[in-house]
Design a protein around this ligand. Structure first.
Ligand SMILES: Cc1cc2nc3c(=O)[nH]c(=O)nc-3n(C[C@H](O)[C@H](O)[C@H](O)COP(=O)(O)OP(=O)(O)OC[C@H]3O[C@@H](n4cnc5c(N)ncnc54)[C@H](O)[C@@H]3O)c2cc1C
Length: 310
């Protein structure tokens, strides 16, 4: 199908975005890398009157150090994140997930801001940002505010962003001493979207897990923390048996609510993913989760990606 007709304007500054939005009215949409929006237009899933191109707005660009971590501008592409030494050091799971997105063309055009604003449940970055306790910085009519990644994703393609609010940056806290993080997915073979994605940030002290944040993607309407898994890890020494038994707790975190989408039906996911109902079986979700936990606890995310051949 062809996209419906629309007007196109390009913003030069963040201030421009808001004045163009005010002129264009409520049916205008922001255009960043276009990797999701242009497909939505072609399928007539979205029919905006105007596209406001934000891809050259300088306030949304760049990766920089901030007080407690790194600030990743909304326009930073997946390829830039994957290649950034600062991201690799402060948030290895984020670099890892960016490296696993789609293909080189998608990674060189798609942006972190567009990825999270689009909020596809099968996207990789929301899962990682929830596990890393990241903060989303948004600017709208009432000024700037910060939203925890935990509360940002509210449903299938739905977020806490207010009307006419722009994601300007994502702030990822630097990994504290002893923390490792990893991201592992079971990708759709064509698009590489996550049929199942799991991200873990595990802090080790005196050979014990002192803190864990674990998030699941692809299985529920939005990226969600696996708090039962986290509880099963905390205070334990993370040997293979403990990790396997903690990963099996994912059944209680999913609560039987696995969803389907155009890439994999609920029935398919229910069949391959949440073997969590039978935790002793080594199944897709259980296996991926255990591997992410193992990699995070040993701080070897690169090994993680290689080990699953992606
Ligand atoms: C073939 C293919 C494979 C893919 N595989 C994967 C994959 O494996 N994993 C994965 O995670 N993703 C995947 N994607 C999606 C990709 O990551 C996109 O980059 C991302 O979903 C959207 O980013 P974008 O910059 O292209 O946003 P756009 O398409 O330009 O915009 C998407 C939406 O976000 C809004 N938006 C954009 N920027 C902002 C902002 N700063 N503030 C507020 N709203 C904003 C737009 O208005 C629009 O509604 C794939 C895409 C394609 C085409």
């Amino acid at each position: 199908m062809k996209a419906p007709p629309f007007a196109y304007v390009r913003a030069a500054t963040l201030g421009d975005v808001f004045s163009l939005w005010a002129q264009a009215g409520p049916d205008a949409r922001l255009l960043a890398g276009g990797q999701s929006l242009l497909a939505a237009l072609a399928f007539r899933l979205s029919e905006p009157t105007t596209l406001i191109d934000i891809s050259r707005v300088p306030e949304l660009a760049g990766i920089s150090a901030v007080g407690d971590g790194i600030r990743v501008g909304a326009l930073t592409t997946h390829a830039e994140i994957a290649a950034s030494a600062d991201v690799q050091k402060a948030a290895p799971a984020l670099a890892e997930a960016a490296m696993l997105i789609g293909d080189p063309a998608v990674r060189s055009r798609g942006t972190i801001g567009g990825n999270i604003a689009h909020a596809d449940p099968a996207s990789d970055l929301p899962t990682v940002l929830v596990a890393l306790d990241a903060r989303i910085v948004a600017v709208g009519a009432s000024g700037e505010r910060t939203i925890g990644a935990d509360g940002f994703f509210t449903g299938i393609m739905s977020t806490a962003l207010a009307e006419n609010e722009v994601v300007t940056a994502i702030v990822v806290p630097a990994a504290p001493r002893g923390q490792g993080s990893a991201y592992v997915k079971f990708p759709h073979p064509a698009s590489r979207y996550a049929v199942i994605g799991v991200a873990a940030a595990v802090t080790m002290a005196n050979n014990e897990c002192s803190a864990a944040r674990v998030a699941l993607g692809g299985l529920l309407p939005h990226a969600t923390r696996a708090t039962a898994v986290e509880r099963a890890l905390t205070g334990k020494s993370l040997d293979t048996a403990t990790i396997a038994s903690a990963a099996a707790q994912v059944a209680s975190d999913l609560g039987g609510e696995v969803t389907g989408d155009i890439f994999a039906s609920a029935e398919y996911r229910a069949a391959v993913a949440p073997g969590v109902c039978r935790p002793r079986r080594h199944t897709a979700a259980h296996g991926r989760l255990a591997r992410a936990l193992w990699c995070a606890s040993r701080r070897s995310p690169r090994w993680c990606a290689r080990s699953i051949g992606v």
